[in-house]
Structures are given as structure tokens and as C-alpha cells.
Design a protein around this ligand. Structure first.
Ligand SMILES: [Zn+2]
Length: 60
């Protein structure tokens, strides 16, 4: 299943082991921590657990 990152809108891909899962996943696009709850393959809740500590715009 895929969930939308609340921080950047990226679709975070989760495999089947997340069909019953409650906890945190990291958006690999922006690094935000999402707190999600999935029961029987259905997304019950998703919220932003933390914002990006260091935005990836420092490299030039
Ligand atoms: Zn993101």
C-alpha cells in the first residue's frame, strides 16, 4: 500500500508486512517521520510525528 507523506506529498511505498502495523515510518523523500496505523490492510490514521530536522538543501 502507499500512503501520502503529510510533509512533502510523496507516496511512501509500504510492503505487505505493514498490513497490520502501528508505529512510525520514515518518508525517504523528505525524511519526515509519519506515525501510521494500519489494520487489515486499511489505513486507519496517519499523522506527522516529527518534522525534518535538517532540510536537504545545504549541498551546492
Ligand atoms: Zn515526505
Amino acid at each position: 500500500m502507499k500512503i501520502n507523506c503529510l510533509s512533502c506529498g510523496h507516496k511512501v511505498d509500504l510492503d505487505d508486512m505493514y498490513d497490520d502495523y502501528a508505529g512510525q515510518v520514515k518518508c525517504f523523500a523528505c525524511g519526515a517521520i509519519l506515525e501510521i496505523k494500519i489494520e487489515e490492510g486499511k489505513l486507519k490514521s496517519v499523522k506527522l510525528a516529527s518534522r525534518v530536522a535538517r532540510p536537504p538543501d545545504e549541498e551546492q
